[in-house]
Design a protein around this ligand. Structure first.
Ligand SMILES: Nc1ncnc2c1ncn2[C@@H]1O[C@H](COP(=O)(O)OP(=O)(O)O)[C@@H](O)[C@H]1O
Ligand SMILES: [Mg+2]
Length: 372
């Protein structure tokens, strides 16, 4: 069997749209072509503004939903052209969009993504599956993380316990233990605070290879102050985003701390990411034998070194399993579109805390309707 699906997501880092064309077999998949396309500067500024200061006119929100939808559609068409496949050969698009607000707890929980899927369907002419998170929330879940079902499908067949660690803007783990359902949750900041701090002090989008963090020294008192954040000790299910871990969060903690050199803050933030991941794995996985890393953090050599040192277990990237770390999340949304069309569960209730497994996503069809 061979079935092409195209998955797309722009994560909390807002570094661009990952578009991944995946060929699914019965129990395996292969990335056919993939790309990350940064938002054009003006669109990036609009997306960042709404994420960083979540206040806007409804008209601007509607227009941004349209603009982001158009951009995702272009990314899909570009990828199909690059892959040299017939557009009709693509079964469906799994379209996550861009999260602009994630509030999974409280009396009126929600998770909000923009990038109108109607535009993706109309522009690409392809069946588009979107709005993956909200049915899980309606069933009492966090609506996140949603990648664990795919992680379990892809990386789960092992005799020893392992954890898949996705280090995007936010980091999340999937615990894969033989004979047990997958568990997992967001561990807290992945790259997001590292990105914000290096942007403020060095004007760079990110700390390439973690070189700046590696040049600094961990401030133990500052790390301890970071770790008092209640999110880290809260029980799963839990998920988080830039609503919590943002510049205000960091500035508030730094304000209560005697001065630390910027490079030392960066080192301490890298240690925070590594420490919270390792502590989460220790809590979620009995006798974990292996960490399998994906997401942009897999390219951060300093972060990988910290994980190896703190975890004391083997650390590989998903490349060792045939999927480059940059494409796992996009591939997961291709997989989720496939699950939707097969009427299979997209969520893992032991991860999200939903009352039950659910078929996730709304289907947006572009095909011509039958006549009356
Ligand atoms: N070579 C690199 N060195 C250090 N960090 C990197 C590198 N490449 C990517 N990253 C980090 O990965 C982030 C993007 O990761 P990604 O998995 O796309 O996150 P998200 O899902 O939040 O978009 C970047 O913002 C950056 O912090
Ligand atoms: Mg990204």
């Amino acid at each position: 069997m061979s079935e092409l699906y195209l998955g797309m997501i722009s994560g909390t880092s807002i570094d661009g749209v990952d578009a991944v064309l995946v060929d699914f077999g019965d129990r395996s998949c292969r990335v056919v072509e993939a790309s990350t396309t940064p938002f054009p500067p003006q669109l990036l500024a609009r997306v960042r503004r709404i994420v960083e200061i979540p206040q806007t006119e409804l008209r601007d929100l509607g227009a941004l939903d349209h603009a982001v939808g158009s951009f995702f559609a272009d990314c899909a068409l570009d990828l199909i052209a690059r892959a040299g496949v017939q557009r009709e050969a693509v079964h469906a698009v799994g379209h996550h969009g861009q999260t602009i607000f994630h509030e999974p707890s409280g009396s009126e929980p929600f998770s909000m993504q923009i990038g109108d899927p109607n535009i993706v369907a109309a522009t690409t002419g392809l069946c588009t599956v979107a709005d993956f998170r909200r049915l899980d929330i309606a069933f009492g879940g966090q609506g996140a993380p949603l990648v664990p079902a795919f992680h379990a499908w892809c990386f789960g067949a092992a005799s020893a316990a392992r954890a898949v660690v996705n280090i995007g803007g936010i980091a999340n783990i999937t615990a894969l233990q033989p004979g047990r359902p997958a568990t997992g949750f967001d561990t807290g900041p992945g790259n997001t605070l590292l990105d914000l701090w290096v942007r403020r002090h060095r004007g760079a989008d990110y700390d390439r290879d973690g070189a700046w963090a590696a040049s600094g020294r961990v401030d133990a008192a500052l790390l301890a102050a970071f770790l008092t954040e209640p999110y880290f000790s809260a029980p799963a299910p839990k998920s988080t985003g830039r609503e919590l871990f943002n510049m205000n969060w960091l500035d508030a903690r730094l304000a209560q701390h005697s001065t630390t050199a910027p490079a030392d803050v960066q080192a301490t933030l890298a240690e925070l990411t590594a420490t919270t991941i390792v502590a989460s794995v220790a809590q979620a996985v009995r006798e974990c034998k292996q960490l399998i890393i994906c997401g942009g953090g897999a390219h951060n050599g300093d972060l990988m070194t910290r994980l190896r040192r703190l975890g004391g277990i083997s650390v590989d990237t998903t490349a060792a399993f045939g999927i480059a770390p940059d494409w796992v999340e996009g591939a997961a949304f291709a997989w989720l579109a496939r699950a939707r069309l097969r009427s299979e569960a997209g969520n893992v209730p032991t991860v999200t805390g939903a009352r039950r497994a659910a078929i996730l996503g709304g289907v947006y069809l572009s095909s011509a309707p039958k006549p009356f």
